[in-house]
Design a binder for this molecule. Structure first.
Ligand code: ADP
Ligand code: MG
Length: 308
């Protein structure tokens, strides 16, 4: 099998949207739409950096797409298309078939079309460029937080980082934490509901402390957070109770939950969203004027992961 047969067999399937030109030409051609803005983002996953060496092809495909969906979710956008740049150490058909199936499955759940990519040989790495749309002027931005907004986090945080820490120490994480690490749920539906309700939003990829700081910086505000309000699973909660290692939840990363701010006047609308989606949204603090992030109850600083 050569490169082109590989592409055709594993990465060329029917589209959900009316794509003028998908896989097969030099570029994909997408029809422009009135009243919408195009929202796009790219993320790379590298073996050994973003996932451990023995991760299954299905889990890699899932995560590569999920983290990109999460970026679009952070903007309140509707995902529509993606391209895939795949670097493979070898042509392993069993691996490719598992990878392709998982990718097709998750992209199908979001009616997301694979419209192009690139296939090369080298150390395993997966880059996905995702493209979506949002009504003109309606994207959720990091820069919209206002003083006195309440700060919320979806679901619970820290599970993925706890799994990664255990893997690194040679221990086996619980199925729950491993699932949270390998298969994060992108909060696409929640984010779309938050359009017009939240003032600012970010997805938690590097840890709450660093990611919330991005909102504060872009919005030129500060925040008071109460450490005891941070939503944790039973497992992470009991780990923190024994170790006092709050940094696992604040700086571990890989949560892919949303952190957003809502003005008091729209809290009732938020409560409706919470009820309709059956999802826990936890108030963790408030936006202030003092341009710094104060975490009440934390007596040290946590360092988040940075590539350089
Ligand atoms: P070019 O040489 O013009 O860059 P390629 O030979 O790399 O084109 O790719 C041929 C076609 O297959 C293009 O439409 C490209 O977008 C698509 N393609 C290549 N690799 C992938 C992939 N991994 N997934 C989806 N489409 C791909
Ligand atoms: Mg190419």
């Amino acid at each position: 099998m050569n490169e082109f047969k590989l592409i055709d067999r594993y990465f060329n399937w029917a589209c959900y949207h009316s794509v003028s030109l998908g896989v097969g030409d030099d570029c994909a051609v997408i029809d422009a739409t009135l009243h919408t803005q195009t929202v796009t983002s790219v993320d790379t996953l590298i073996e050994g950096v973003h996932f451990p060496k023995n991760t299954s092809a299905a889990d890699i495909a899932y995560k590569a797409l999920a983290v990109n969906l999460s970026d679009l979710a952070a903007m309140g956008a509707t995902p529509k298309y993606f391209t895939l740049a795949l670097t493979l150490p070898e042509l392993n058909e069993a691996w490719l078939s598992e990878f392709s199936e998982a990718l097709k499955q998750l992209s199908g759940e979001y009616k997301l079309d694979l419209i192009g990519g690139d296939t090369t040989k080298g150390a395993l790495s997966i880059t996905i460029n995702i493209i979506g749309e949002v009504e003109v002027g309606r994207a959720l931005l990091r820069s919209g937080a206002e003083v006195d907004d309440f700060i919320y986090v979806s679901n619970v945080i820290g599970d993925a980082a706890y799994a990664w820490q255990q893997i690194e120490q040679g221990d086996r994480p619980s199925d729950f934490c491993l699932e949270r690490f390998n298969r994060p749920t992108p909060r696409v539906t929640l984010a779309q509901e938050l359009v017009g309700v939240a003032n600012a939003c970010i997805d938690l990829s590097d840890g709450l402390q660093q990611d919330l700081s991005h909102i504060l910086k872009r919005s030129k505000v500060g925040a008071n957070i109460n450490i005891d309000a941070i939503p944790l699973s039973d497992e992470v909660s009991s780990y923190i109770n024994t170790t006092q290692d709050w940094c696992i939840a604040l700086a571990g990363g890989d949560d892919y939950e949303l952190c957003f701010t809502v003005p008091e006047a729209r809290i009732n609308a938020l409560k409706m969203i919470e009820k309709n989606l059956g999802m826990t949204l936890t108030k963790i603090g408030v936006i202030t004027t003092n341009q710094s992030l104060d975490i009440k109850g934390l007596d040290k600083t946590c360092t988040s992961y940075q590539h350089f």
